[in-house]
Design a protein around this ligand. Structure first.
Ligand code: HEM
Length: 407
């Protein structure tokens, strides 16, 4: 191939490594990723589904470069079958993740207002109320309890549903669709069924709200459609991932609490200096192995030289935010959790145009969850030995399946 002959430094292209989706227990850093990092800044990988291989950038510097460079396109990925983690692959029009500029800006505009720092400040009291109800029920029934089932799973869904404007009566149905979509279990068929269910439901709600003056996302989208700024299909493609994004909080917070429950010094720090939890959240976000393998690829639109290799036009590239967050050049002693780390320019929410739309919302929920659980359950501890905590299998986002606790 052109690649073999065109490396600018004459460097051999690295071998293509298979990267299986491992079912890792606990918060262990993926050993395959660790091996790839050792091999070099730019390696080549093959994931379980799709075709061929892709480049993988693991260093902080290159991850930032690639995610800020318009020569790497998301829209181009949607036209092929790039090697990937997920079995099913059907990008919809309107999805932010698959849009390049200037489309990305046009699509983001109608919903951006719902996810700003100001909007989140206004949401905070209602979110606290939702959480208090869940924790009240927990306290009322008494220990032990599974925190995932009772709090971590329902809370982000109810909050995101509040932002989106999902009627209470539809919440449980919407939840079951989103859970199926994010799971790798059940295969492509089950995921497709769930997607069709959710997307059909969103279509109906966007149509029904064309004249709504509400500040919920579905009303905002419906008005943008009415003004002709986005198409109806795009509104649906935009809303789906927002509705699904809440799941990330469940599992990230599950890992966060697990770390506190198994590292007494970390728990002690959180409890003794409650006003200084902010930097600890950032350090945990940096450290937590949020996902399995890598997220969405990008395609080089022209030849680009990185780390002594030429990425040829048409080739696929992944970045690992997880390994960037452990880059020793940016984070001294990267594998240690340092609550006072400063500065902490982590990329847990991504970088560039595709930076997580829900980052401020996620941050708000993580803070509310940890603050509320620690304050309301003073003796909070695991109800089983740490080794007995079960972890999620066959999923894109890692986290404990259950978190049995007592207090
Ligand atoms: C994208 C992390 C919660 C919605 C992303 C990306 C990361 C990320 C790493 C990808 C950046 C890229 O493609 O380069 C997280 C983490 C979360 C979280 C760690 C929780 C702790 C949420 C929530 C929502 C959300 C609550 C929804 C309300 C999205 C959307 C995108 C995205 C729509 C695609 C943005 C785009 O491509 O323009 N997130 N996320 N996320 N996230 Fe999140």
């Amino acid at each position: 191939t052109t690649l073999e002959t065109s490396a600018p430094t004459g460097q051999e292209p690295p071998p293509v490594r298979d990267w299986p989706a491992l079912d890792l227990d606990g918060t262990e850093f993926d050993p395959v990723l660790a091996g790839l990092v050792r091999e070099g800044p730019l390696t080549r990988i093959r994931l379980p589904f799709g075709e061929g291989w892709a480049w993988l950038a693991t260093r902080y510097e290159h991850v930032k470069l690639i995610t800020n460079d318009p020569r790497f396109s998301r829209a181009a990925v949607a036209r092929g079958q790039v090697t990937r983690l997920a079995p099913n692959f059907a990008p919809r029009p309107g999805s932010l993740a698959w849009a390049d500029q200037p489309d990305h800006n046009r699509l983001r505009k109608p919903v951006a207002g719902a996810f700003t720092v100001g909007a989140m400040k206004r949401l905070r009291p209602r979110a606290q109320e939702i959480l208090d109800e869940l924790v009240d029920a927990l306290v009322h029934e008494g220990p032990p309890a599974d925190l995932v089932e009772r709090v971590l799973e329902p809370f982000p869904l109810y909050v995101v549903s509040e932002v989106m404007g999902v009627p209470d009566t539809d919440r449980d149905q919407v939840h079951s669709w989103t859970r199926q979509i994010i799971s790798l279990c059940g295969g492509a068929e089950a995921a497709d069924r769930a997607k069709n269910g959710l997307y059909g439901w969103i279509t109906d709600i966007v149509r029904a709200r064309a004249r709504s003056a509400g500040e919920d996302v579905y009303s905002m989208l419906a008005r943008a459609v009415a003004r002709g700024e986005i198409g109806e299909e795009e509104a649906v493609g935009l809303a789906g991932p927002l509705q699904i994004g809440g799941e990330a909080v469940t599992h990230n917070c599950g890992q966060m609490l697990y770390l506190m429950l198994t590292r007494p010094e970390l728990m002690a720090r959180m409890r003794s200096r409650p006003d200084e939890r902010g930097p600890v959240f950032d350090e945990l976000l940096r450290w937590i192995p949020h996902r399995n393998t890598v997220g969405l690829a990008r395609i080089a639109l022209e030849d680009v030289e990185i780390a002594g290799h030429r990425i040829a036009a048409g080739e696929a590239v992944y970045v690992s935010y997880l390994s960037a967050n452990r880059d020793p050049e940016v984070f001294p002693d990267p594998d240690g959790i340092a609550p006072d780390r400063d500065p902490n320019p982590h990329v847990a929410f991504g970088n560039g145009h595709h930076y997580c739309t829900g980052a401020v919302l996620a941050r708000l929920q993580l803070e509310l969850l940890v603050d509320t659980l620690l304050d309301r359950l003073p003796g909070l501890r695991l109800a089983v030995p740490a080794e007995d905590v079960e972890w999620r299998r066959q999923t894109m986002i890692r986290g404990p399946r259950t978190l049995p606790v007592t207090w």
